[in-house]
Design a protein around this ligand. Structure first.
Ligand SMILES: NC(=O)c1ccc[n+]([C@@H]2O[C@H](COP(=O)([O-])OP(=O)(O)OC[C@H]3O[C@@H](n4cnc5c(N)ncnc54)[C@H](OP(=O)(O)O)[C@@H]3O)[C@@H](O)[C@H]2O)c1
Length: 289
């Protein structure tokens, strides 16, 4: 039977990859699953439908006939449970069985922000998985992302992490785990900590980017307060900026200095290294001649 999926955040980093893989790949024999891509600004004539976490009127139409949902929280919202838990209840009432939530390695079940959604999902959903990825490699290349922009405009990466290390992960690997969690016959009913193969400091990242781009990129570590201010200046809401800056402080104290075999265990292939990622994305950093 063809499965039907709603992909929230379907135009974003992981959601777009999940949608593409589901629509085109043979997933557990369920080739070409039907995919509905949620967006606040759907492009006409595509698989996209209008969906806004903040506009409940868009939720029921997006859920019609859906078997499974990929859940990406409303970006920049420090309390996503306020919008996401009522949506979850509505989806369950509409007959959706399976849910895969994008959370973060930094947030445990019941923790702040998306941690509350994680708990609600485990308590309410018959079939579920929570993805807890480390920091995305795409942060260094995505248009509009702070790190990518500061590499391109100032040859620097600014954080409050000091020498702390993070096992950066490729969004392709996160999406590959999501596809398995959505389509495997047996629901995972588990949280997956998703990391790359190696924990690296931001200075290691700067060195790797320098090595492939012809730039001399440096890591500049600042105080938590200065970093938070930088995020707010970049347009990130105050409460969310506070949460992100606190995560940098935790990294400085070693919280993300770990690797986990989940990508290989779930997908059967090893996660991509940052060296490989950097080599593939060198053009994104190479200065114009
Ligand atoms: N970046 C990291 O290192 C990292 C690490 C761990 C976890 N995460 C988590 O990953 C999630 C995604 O982050 P990202 O930076 O990669 O963003 P993203 O998925 O690239 O983009 C955000 C997506 O959310 C949609 N969106 C935003 N506001 C919305 C709203 N009000 N209603 C409906 N859709 C909305 C956007 O769609 P439209 O614009 O088309 O509406 C877009 O598809 C966040 O929850 C973040 O905490 C990120």
């Amino acid at each position: 039977m063809t499965m039907r999926f709603l992909i929230t955040g379907g135009t974003g980093n992981t959601g777009s990859r999940v949608a593409k893989a589901l629509a085109g790949e043979d997933t557990s024999g369920r080739q070409g699953a039907t995919v509905r891509i949620a967006s606040r600004t759907p492009a006409p004539g595509t698989r996209q439908v209008r969906f806004d976490w903040a506009d409940a009127a868009t939720h029921a139409p997006a859920l019609t006939g859906v078997d499974g949902v990929y859940l990406v929280p409303p970006v920049g919202d420090a309390e996503p449970a306020r919008l996401m838990v009522p949506f979850l209840e509505r989806a369950l009432a509409a007959g959706v069985r399976r849910f895969v939530l994008l959370s973060s390695s930094a947030i445990a079940e019941g923790g702040p922000g998306v941690g509350e959604v994680h708990r609600a999902l485990r308590e309410l959903a018959p079939e579920w998985a929570v993805l807890r990825p480390s920091w995305f490699m795409q942060n260094f290349v995505a248009p509009g992302h702070l790190h990518g922009e500061s590499i391109r405009t100032a040859d620097e990466i600014v954080t409050a992490t000091g020498p702390g290390r993070v096992a950066f992960v490729d969004a392709d690997d996160i999406a590959a785990v999501a596809v398995r969690a959505l389509t495997d016959e047996r629901p995972h009913n588990a949280a997956h900590l998703i990391t790359g193969p190696q924990a690296l400091s931001y200075a290691d990242i700067a060195e790797a980017v320098s090595g492939v781009s012809g730039r001399d990129v440096r890591h500049r570590s600042v105080s938590v307060a200065v970093f938070r201010e930088r995020l707010v200046t970049a347009g990130i809401p105050e409460a969310f900026a506070r949460l992100l800056a606190a995560m940098d402080d935790s990294i400085a104290h070693g919280s993300e200095d770990r690797v986990d075999p989940a990508v290989e265990r779930v997908t059967g292939r090893a996660p991509r290294s940052f060296a490989d990622f950097a080599a593939r994305h060198a053009a994104a950093w190479t200065p114009a001649p």
